[in-house]
Design a protein around this ligand. Sequence first.
Ligand code: SF4
Length: 190
Amino acid sequence: MTRTTNDPAHHRHRQLGDHTWQSDAVCQSTQYNAVDPEIFFPEPDETVKIATAKALCGQCPVRRTCLDAALESSDAYGIRGGLTEEERRPLHEKIAHRLDHSRVNDTIAGRDVHLSKAERRAVVHAAFRHGVSEQRLAWLLKITEEHAQKLYRETRRALRNRDLNQAAKTPAPAEISGERLGRDDFGTAA
Ligand code: SF4
């Protein structure tokens, strides 16, 4: 079984609803390794608890997945992925704008991973460009076919507008060479 580790080369995005990574968590108490769960829920001034919890997170093989899961959830309390709630707060705001192409690719390949709004838009664009059917897009994004059709219509319109804007900005050949065309440049029928 492939395990998620701190090594980015081995990091795979967690499938939504997959909690199997927690069995590798260092903070899980076992009969050989008792861990007081309270240290992961310290008050801001409980510096010893915070330092102890962070030291455990530092050795945890699923730290990155734990942090991802906490950031993807709006109600994650306590120390997660080696960061306190206060330390995670700015990352929560950033995640809404995240555009991670590996998540887009994972989704196109059929994996059910967490997507930011920007990544969902990128999935729709990539699917449209690759001729993915509306039915498949609906399945990939867990939306209705009607919604998928609407997203494709919007994408088609956005791409058409982009092409028109680019065409409008592209100077005519004579303007590129710095010449001005006079009436005679168009030739005469006579
Ligand atoms: S990173 Fe820390 S909080 Fe997360 S699973 Fe590992 S030990 Fe527990």
